[in-house]
Design a binder for this molecule. Structure first.
Ligand SMILES: Nc1ncnc2c1ncn2[C@@H]1O[C@H](COP(=O)(O)OP(=O)(O)OP(=O)(O)O)[C@@H](O)[C@H]1O
Ligand SMILES: [Mg+2]
Length: 309
């Protein structure tokens, strides 16, 4: 598969702030790529450079094979954007906004109308299509913006935190549509700080912190690769020498909370074997033993809360 987006050394500085610091990555054709990071990490700045809104200070981005700085018009014909802040005119109706978008892309009115009705129907807005956007709720507005981004049937879609602040219904509607679009072949670049969303939706995830990419992999791989230190929770039916647990093979540390021991282990398998032998030797039965899987949240926090470079 070829690359839909190819980013090399992309950099943007605002005064003293290096918002995006020489980042390089690619997004494969047909994948849902999650771009994750905390507030101020550089997600929106990256998205704005990739979509030709602001020029990079350094580096290049090939979007659908076109250099976004040199051939923005050609690139833009092939992608749609759901920006961080609404691009819908609030004093126009949803329908008028869609038709205007169609005109911008040079679509015949009949095509805009057909596609516009389809999208409004899918996104539950058809009945409200003639109402001015200022009367729309946040979720309705966001669904309209998505419809606007999809009117010209782009093969690549950029979304900057599309479900931020939305209720469950709007969120599910948007995510379901993204999944359907992807199944039909659309490449998706999704900016978010919602781990769960990225985990459920994305094929690969890039994590950005303070303008730099700190990890890039499949969500599942990211979880295990980042959190190599496993946690084990164990309890015994009698008193055991606690300091001996911390010295067992494979165990890094052991802390007691209530009747349970919280154990961090470098090698989960070795630690469990040692614990079983330990219970025999001390005549104390193991009552419970749980291994705790690392969550993507743990991974994310670990990566994004590290010391800034
Ligand atoms: N137009 C601008 N002028 C000055 N500084 C800016 C501008 N745009 C962004 N920045 C700064 O660049 C950094 C990255 O901002 P950016 O909006 O890209 O982050 P983000 O990851 O999208 O954050 P959020 O999750 O809050 O949307 C921040 O320090 C921000 O203050
Ligand atoms: Mg942002």
């Amino acid at each position: 598969m070829s690359d839909a987006i190819e980013v090399s050394n992309l950099t943007k500085t605002f005064g003293p702030t290096i918002a995006v610091d020489h980042i390089s990555f690619s997004v494969r054709e047909g994948e849902i790529f999650g771009f994750l990071g905390p507030n101020g990490a550089g997600k929106t700045t990256t998205t704005r450079m990739l979509t030709g809104v602001i020029p990079p200070d350094e580096g290049t981005a090939l979007v659908l094979g076109f250099d976004i700085t040199r051939s923005p018009v050609l690139a833009k014909q092939g992608f749609g954007v759901v920006p961080e802040t609404s691009n819908a005119y609030t004093d126009l109706s949803a329908w008028e906004n869609l038709m205007l978008m169609g005109d911008l892309y040079g679509l015949p009115r009949s095509r805009s109308a057909e596609r516009g009705s389809e999208l409004l129907d899918t996104l539950g807005l058809l009945e409200r299509k003639d109402q001015k956007v200022q009367a729309y709720s946040k979720g309705m507005k966001q669904r309209l913006i998505l419809a606007m981004a999809l009117l010209h049937e782009p093969g690549l879609l950029f979304l900057d935190e599309p479900t931020s602040g939305l209720d469950v219904q709007s969120t599910q509607m948007i995510l379901a549509l993204l999944r359907d679009l992807n199944r039909a072949g659309t490449t998706i670049f999704l900016t978010t700080h919602n781990m769960e969303e990225a985990n459920r939706l994305c094929h690969r995830v890039g994590i950005i912190r303070a303008g730099k990419i700190v990890a890039l992999d499949a969500p599942e791989k990211l979880k295990t690769a980042i959190d190599r230190v496993h946690k084990i929770e164990v309890s015994f039916d009698g008193k055991v020498p606690g300091d001996a647990i911390a010295r067992l093979e494979g165990v890094i540390s052991a802390n007691q909370t209530g009747d349970k021991w919280q154990i961090t282990a470098e090698n989960r398998d070795a630690a469990i074997r040692s614990l079983v032998t330990f219970s025999h030797q001390n005549g104390a039965k193991i009552v419970t033993l749980n291994t705790l899987a690392p969550s993507l949240d743990d991974a994310f926090l670990r990566l994004t809360q590290g010391a800034h470079p």
